[in-house]
Design a protein around this ligand. Structure first.
Ligand code: ADP
Ligand code: MG
Length: 461
């Protein structure tokens, strides 16, 4: 049996009447007139803008729930606001109406939509702090204790891959819920968010989608760089962002680069990002790498002596995901082959693993590889000798140092027996010229380059 919209509204009023005191009911609910019901969206007419705002601020949950109880999922509320009230020629009351819709459409989301995407395994307790990440971590902790109420709104965390962004935002989610189990958090990634928007646009439910954010206390979105060049999604994100920010709701964003480096993102969004705190996570230093390894190994009940942890820490310098990868392989190897985990096995795995890792190439490493190739001692590079093969080795090592490290000419010169800037430049030019004209030389350069890029820097053990 279906009811008319008037009956539906009456039933809602019956429910509301039990929840509010008599005076409020008379003041705020009696003057409301239902005017229409279409695809579960009830339009009500209210006497003025103030009235409308009062309902929105104080009773919207109650009205939403009542409607939901009558009509089920997907209900909406739309207002007509009387902005002028005058009599026409015949003396009838005429209403001039302003239609309020966009921001005020109430859409009920099931409770299950909140908080479910948070990964329980990522917490502050198992996030190791180091100088590479402590600003980001402390800001995240502050925000999770007081969402929306700190100066860090929005909080933006950026870094290269595998350095802990996703871990941190989940830690925030978990902490917020620990402190307030009623908090409503949406944690999503840009891919999923974009797909929801595309779907909502197609189904004509975009206002409902946007309005659903009325219920959100903390909105966390991962990998915002995927918004690049997606104009429509950016526009909707911008609306949601403003909506939440105005209501002091917390927004947390991650990105693989700093917002200033994002291309194809609207300027107005970037400038909003600057309202809060932008912080980055750097690659971990040796000490932090070893702490992380210790923590992960003990979590996985993998008992590794210090020398092994140190060895991995020294040699795997990329991301934390790489460190985890080595531990996982080690544990798999030792279980499958029943081999004892010693330095030899560790070295094999680190070496295999490092095929996938783009390592930093150090000047010491370049010198060692070049000298090995020419079979000369490394010290000779810094000497004054002008023996032909040593001169070539020195020039090549200087050339690679310029191309493969970030060092300045001056710093490079310092590593080659305090040679000056002009000598360094001359070496680089000589190698460049030789590469153009000497096929044999090209072969040597290519071989060495290959060795440098793929070879593992081994520490002595
Ligand atoms: P990102 O999102 O920056 O690419 P993730 O958060 O996915 O990186 O981190 C990659 C892996 O490294 C995850 O398993 C995460 O738990 C771990 N990790 C990152 N940073 C830390 C840290 N400081 N302490 C412990 N584990 C970490
Ligand atoms: Mg991530």
């Amino acid at each position: 049996m279906s009811f008319s919209y008037k009956e539906i509204w009456d039933r809602c009023l019956d429910e509301i009447r039990c929840k509010v005191d008599d005076r409020s009911f008379k003041t705020w609910f009696i003057p409301i007139k239902p005017v229409n019901l279409k695809s579960k969206i009830l339009t009500i007419r209210v006497p003025n803008k103030f009235f409308f705002e009062w309902i929105e601020d104080n009773y919207i949950d109650m009205v939403g729930t009542a409607l939901f109880n009558q009509l089920g999922e997907g209900v909406g509320l739309q207002y007509q606001i009387v902005v002028a009230d005058h009599k026409d020629i015949e003396g009838n009351n005429k209403h001039q109406l302003e239609l309020k819709m966009k921001d005020n459409l109430y859409f009920r989301i099931f409770e299950e939509d909140f908080n479910t995407a948070i990964n329980k395994n990522y917490t502050f307790e198992n996030f190791i702090e180091g100088s590479c990440n402590n600003l980001a971590r402390n800001a995240a902790l502050a925000v999770s204790k007081n969402p929306g109420k700190t100066a860090f709104n929005p909080l933006i965390i950026h870094s290269g891959v595998g350095l802990g962004k996703t871990h941190l935002i989940n830690a925030i989610g978990n902490q917020v819920i620990n402190l307030n189990s009623d908090a409503r958090i949406i944690l999503t990634n840009t891919e999923r968010f974009t797909n929801q928007i595309i779907k909502a646009l197609r189904d004509n439910t975009i206002y409902e989608f946007i309005s659903s954010f009325q219920l959100v206390d903390v909105f966390i979105i991962d990998d915002i760089q995927f918004l690049e060049d997606r104009t429509k999604t950016q526009e909707i994100f911008f609306n949601i962002f403003n909506f939440l920010h105005q209501r002091e709701k917390q927004v947390i964003i991650t990105s693989d680069k700093s917002p200033m480096e994002l291309k194809g993102i609207q300027e107005r969004l970037i400038s909003r990002f600057k309202w809060g705190l932008i912080t980055d996570i750097q690659k971990p230093d040796l000490e932090t790498r070893i702490k992380i390894l210790e923590s992960k190994a003990s979590r996985d009940e993998l008992h590794l002596p210090d020398e092994i942890l140190n060895f991995i820490g020294y040699n795997v310098k990329g991301s934390i995901r790489d460190l985890e990868g080595v531990l996982i392989s080690l544990s798999a190897h030792s279980t499958l082959t029943r081999k004892k985990i010693d330095l030899k096995l560790t070295n094999e795995i680190v070496e295999k693993f490092s095929d996938n890792i783009k390592r930093e190439i150090s000047i010491e490493n370049i010198q060692k590889v070049v000298c090995d190739h020419f079979n000369i001692p490394v010290e000779k590079l810094s000497s004054k000798t002008r023996k032909r093969n040593i001169v070539v080795a020195r020039q090549l090592a200087i050339y690679f140092s310029k191309n493969m490290t970030e060092l300045s000419l001056k710093e490079i010169g310092r590593h080659f027996g305090e040679r000056d800037h002009a000598t360094v430049l001359h070496s680089i030019k000589t190698v460049r010229d030789l590469i153009q004209f000497e096929p044999m030389f090209i072969e040597t350069v290519t071989k060495l380059e290959h060795k440098l890029e793929n070879g593992l820097i081994k520490i002595e053990y």
